[in-house]
Design a protein around this ligand. Sequence first.
Ligand SMILES: *Cc1c(COP(=O)(O)O)cnc(C)c1O
Length: 232
Amino acid sequence: MTMIADNLHAVRTRIAQACTAAGRPVDAVQLLAVSKTFGPDAVQQAFDAGQRAFGENYIQEAVEKITALAALPIEWHCIGPIQSNKTRLVAAHFQWAHTVDRLKIAQRLSEQRPAHLPPLQVCVQVNVDGGPTKSGVVPAEALALARAVAQLPRLRLRGLMCIPEPAPDLVAACAVFTRARGLFDALNAAGLVLDTLSMGMSADVDAAVASGSTQVRVGSAIFGTRSYPAAI
Ligand SMILES: *Cc1c(COP(=O)(O)O)cnc(C)c1O
C-alpha cells in the first residue's frame, strides 16, 4: 500500500471508531479527502484506495486537477472561498460548493450552472464561533439565507458547513460543533430538508463526529503536510 492508502485507511478507522463511541452507525459520516496543494498523482492514489469525494480550496488549481482527472468518476467539492469572479468556474466544474455565505454568490452559481448538469449541491457556510476574520453567515441569519438558497432553481441545498477556530481541547471543540449541530437541527425543524453537516478536519475529526457531523473534510492526515497553507 502507498502512504496515502495507509493514511486513508487510518482515517476511515478513526471515523468509524468515533462513530461507534458516539453510538452512531459507522457509515453516518462521509469522508471528504481535501487534496488542495497536492497534484493529480496524489488524488489518483487516494482514488485507487477507494476514495471518491475530494475537496479543493483554490478554484484555479482545482479546475486544472479536475480537467486532468476528468476520466475518473470523482465527486468534487469546492470548500474554499468563492469570489464573484469565480462562480462561473465553480458552477461548471464542481458537484458541490460548501462555502455559500451570501445570496449574491448563490444566485450567480444558480444562474451559471450549465443546463446539461444536475443542480449544484450546496451548503451554507456558518460562522459558528464568531471568529472575526471568518467567512460564513452569522447563525442568526442562517435560516433566512438557507431558505433563499433553497428557492434557487439550479442549486440543491444540502446543509451547513463550518470551520471553527482550532479549539484548545476536546471539550471546547465539542461545544462549538454541538452549537453547529443545534443550528442544523433547528433549520430542519423549521422546514428545511438538510442532510449534510460538513464539519471536522484532521485535528478535530473526533470532536466533530461526536457532535453530529455528517461529513468531515480531511487533508493533511491523508496527504501529509502541505507546503503552503490553506487560504480560508
Ligand atoms: C484545508 C481544509 C481542510 C482540511 O484541513 P486538514 O487540517 O489538512 O485536514 C478542511 N476544510 C477546509 C475548509 C480547508 O480549507
